[in-house]
Write a protein that binds this ligand. Structure first.
Ligand SMILES: [Ca+2]
Length: 340
């Protein structure tokens, strides 16, 4: 065994400091005033909180806090992408690219995505205009992610993943794409898992191999919003009934009514990952560490100074403030200047 020479230990110290600075930058990449450049990866159709999260993103874009670059889908159902197009078009941004998973999870239909996408007026026109009528006509998600990331500035992109890890794990399959992610992405804000420990959570459990790969290989900082955060932030049915009347037909209010029998107060798991991505001071963070996924889909957090992973924590006051922000943002009318 060779003892480290003084030069080696100095070098090691400098390397350690640089690595810490790098991590600090990674966790602070959101602290700029410029709009956060977002990619939204969702299993739209499995729960209505994905739709609330997308409405929140549009409101944040209208306020100059975010720019939605693309939406990619991990629910392998033909109505997911048309419904996302319905929402994007409603908010004046029907040109946002949408990519879909092939051979993915949860192919079953969902009323919250199918009914608003299909509904027509007596004259045959759509109640919610949109162009993408069938998800099978949309580009494949991994290729779209590669294309969108390639044209962004280094370190500029935040990815919000609120479904399964299928698309992002596949993006890591090639070394070139993994290097692209490392260069372009500064943060992955995801909803998934339970922290510091808990039962297997749906987003993780549905595609365990992809979640394992993502936490093991994703080359940037990851902040996870666990089940226990959104569970404490319940969207009030009363808001759905009263705050969306500024138009006769609202795709989010309709999706909410189509998802389950009203009235119900749904936990806002997914919007918390969006909120953190754009307004990081909304929550607190665990120490740095490493998240792993076991064979049953449970997440395990091991604290350690050099780890790239953290999870959200929230006081009762932070939960109340997050709920107020989600209601206010989701129910904001489209910006008149939104068309782009
Ligand atoms: Ca979701």
């Amino acid at each position: 065994m060779r003892l480290p020479r003084p030069l080696d230990s100095k070098k090691m110290l400098i390397q350690k400091m640089l690595s810490r600075i790098g991590l600090a930058l990674a966790f602070c990449c959101l602290a700029t005033a410029a709009p956060v450049r977002l990619i939204f990866d969702t299993d739209m159709g499995n729960d209505v909180d994905d739709a609330v999260a997308l409405a929140v993103i549009h409101a944040l874009e209208s306020r100059g806090e975010a720019t939605l670059l693309a939406v990619t889908v991990t629910k392998d159902n033909r109505w997911a992408a048309p419904f996302i197009d319905v929402m994007n078009t409603f908010y004046g941004r029907g040109d946002i690219p949408i990519g879909v998973v092939h051979d993915g999870k949860t192919p079953e239909d969902g009323n919250m995505i199918r009914l608003p996408s299909e509904r027509k007026r007596p004259d045959g026109s759509f109640v919610y205009p949109h162009h993408l009528l069938d998800g099978r006509d949309a580009p494949e998600a991994v290729g779209l992610l590669r294309h969108v990331l390639a044209r962004e500035k280094d370190g500029a992109v935040v990815i919000v993943q609120v479904g399964f890890s299928t698309n992002l794990a596949r993006l890591l399959d090639s070394k070139a794409d993994a290097a692209l992610v490392k260069r372009k992405v500064c943060l992955l804000s995801l909803m998934g898992g339970a922290f510091p420990a808990g039962k297997p959570e749906y987003n993780i459990e549905t595609d365990i191999p992809s979640a394992k790969k993502l936490f093991a290989e994703w080359p940037t900082a990851i902040v996870a919003s666990g089940f226990e955060i959104g569970e404490r932030i319940l969207y009030p049915a009363a808001s759905i009934l009263h705050d969306y009347k500024y138009v006769p037909d609202h795709p989010l209010a309709e999706a909410y009514r189509d998802y389950m029998k009203m009235p119900y107060d749904r936990p806002m798991w997914d919007p918390t990952a969006v909120l953190y991505a754009v307004r990081p001071s909304a929550f607190s963070l665990s120490a740095r560490g490493t998240i792993t996924v076991d064979d049953e889909g449970r997440t395990h957090f091991t604290a350690g100074g050099e780890g790239r992973h953290r999870y959200l924590t929230a006081s009762p006051e932070q939960c109340s403030a997050a709920l107020r922000a989600i209601i206010e943002l989701a129910s904001s009318p489209p910006s008149p200047a939104a068309a782009r």
